[in-house]
Design a protein around this ligand. Structure first.
Ligand code: 8YV
Length: 330
């Protein structure tokens, strides 16, 4: 029987489908395995069903000489050393598409929460500080007719754009290439211009060496002091100290982030002392429907891999064709 390692608990349906085809080890502990624990657990594994908390590096791969497939639960797979997997002929897979709308829903919810002060005004009520009616008190920022700047116009960025357009926003975006399949959006060819023009900036580019630290002191300085910043992609795309300074000094009006460095963010982190910063616990894809779909995509990837077939959502197929561990194993 092939062996599958699943590094976090999963849905019953996903576990049942895996168990019907293989020996399955599910890491049920409250915390993810540390690196030594992961390496130990990899022994004799044919397929790894991985999560963001696993650093799947060469040592992890080499602990399982029969490893054919690594299926990431998520669209971002920056925690996997793709080059090392490719070198070894191991298929790397992810769960694209299925979480774009849920992620965009959260990004847009954060835009609206910041703009309309859903993040801070309820605290005033709770603390008994709700004073007499004040025509110029508790003022917020409109969503409609404001400019939403999207950085990274992939599947998720495009869904955020649709939401912005639905709320009558001006939607501008910066991307490697212009896209003409999201009508009504405006391409700007420099990040600087996007930051200067936007009332709301939302990040949607994957974490790569090029995007690491993309938003730092210089970039936050380009934003309007009235502008809001949203990050639902990956923590390291933002220089968190620069974000803290921008928020603290009034360089920008507020931020809402679903991703941080580290994750979980310690409760005593300086960002959590700020009233104009809203931090979510990395939940953009976390609806029951979407997470189940993601799990079932991982199952499809893993089951194909252990049979020696190409997994349907393989990201390095072109790169490993010819040396893949899948070929000839069916
Ligand atoms: C995942 C995500 O839930 O898909 C992604 O890239 O950030 C989330 O949707 C997260 O990676 C947990 O595995």
């Amino acid at each position: 029987m092939p062996k599958i390692l699943v590094t976090r608990r999963t849905f019953d349906q996903a576990a049942a489908e895996l168990r019907a085809a293989a020996d399955v080890v599910i890491w049920e502990d409250a915390d993810s395995p540390d690196q030594a624990g992961l390496i130990e657990a990899m022994r004799d594994v044919d397929a790894l069903y991985a999560h963001i908390t696993n650093q799947v590096d060469a040592a992890v791969m080499d602990a399982a000489p029969n490893l054919k497939v690594i299926a990431e639960f998520g669209v971002g797979y920056d925690n996997i050393d793709e080059a090392a997997a490719t070198e070894r002929g191991i298929a790397v897979c992810n769960t694209p598409g299925v979480l774009s709308e849920s992620t965009a829903d959260l990004a847009f919810a954060l835009v609206m929460a910041l703009g309309r002060r859903v993040n801070d005004l309820p605290g005033i009520v709770k603390n008994g500080e709700w004073g007499d009616f004040d025509p110029v008190g508790y003022l917020a920022t409109d969503i409609h007719h404001k400019t939403l700047g999207i950085v990274g116009m992939g599947r998720i960025g495009a869904e955020v754009a649709k939401r912005g357009l639905g709320f009558d926003m001006e939607v501008i975006y910066h991307n490697r290439n212009p896209r003409n399949d999201v009508p009504g959006t405006i391409y700007v060819d420099s990040l600087e211009e996007l930051l200067q023009r936007s009332d709301y900036v939302s990040l949607h580019n994957p974490l790569t060496p090029e995007t690491t630290g993309l938003m730092s002191t210089e970039q936050f300085k380009l934003m309007k002091p009235t502008a809001y910043f949203v990050n639902t992609t990956r923590g390291p795309v933002v220089d968190q100290e620069a974000l803290y300074e921008a928020l603290k000094s009034g360089g920008i009006a507020g931020a809402a982030i679903d991703v941080t460095v580290p994750e979980p963010l310690p409760a005593n982190h300086p960002l959590l002392t700020l009233d104009n910063c809203l931090v979510m616990p990395h939940v953009a894809s976390a609806t029951g429907d979407t997470r189940l779909k993601m799990a079932m995509m991982c199952v499809e990837n893993v089951l194909a891999g252990i049979k020696g077939d190409w997994p349907p959502y393989c990201v390095n197929r072109d790169a490993i064709e010819g040396r893949s561990r899948l070929e000839g194993k069916a």
